[in-house]
Write a protein that binds this ligand. Sequence first.
Ligand code: ADP
Length: 157
Amino acid sequence: MKKAIFPGSFDPFTRGHADIVGRGLRLFDHITIAVGYNGQKQGWIPVEERVRALRELYRDEPRISVEAYNGLTVDYARQRDIHFILRGLRTHKDYEYELGMADVNRQLDADIETVVLFTEADLANISSSVVRELAHFGHDIRPWLPENLTYSLEIEN
Ligand code: ADP
């Protein structure tokens, strides 16, 4: 079985992320969406709530699981016998970052390959940070999130 891990902050999970997961399912039998704890900052939505909302979103999709994790992505993947890291690419800025991460991860474990999918053009401007900014100013962020994703917080404000 071909398994991949899709690691990220997903704070919040956007339509851009959902697109990468959906297209990733054409390549992989199973995808673990791995919500990373960031040691430096707590983030906007608590990690537990990010995980809960995503499990709910994908509850009818047995090929997707959602977990929170600490530490290095390659260590997490190796422990679960996952050999592919799935990532998405929007701009040249993402490119620099993803290239660096993929290089480091390959040095850490040459048996784990990073697979990068290009964004859909109409989703290229969606980022979690823009969504957070919009929410901060009281803007309705639902158009940026997958239709059935709901967080149990007053995150619009
Ligand atoms: P991180 O904090 O690790 O950058 P993110 O939650 O921001 O995690 O993103 C996880 C992955 O999803 C990254 O590979 C990022 O480039 C990708 N991604 C984010 N937004 C989009 C989008 N709109 N289209 C395609 N890929 C995206």
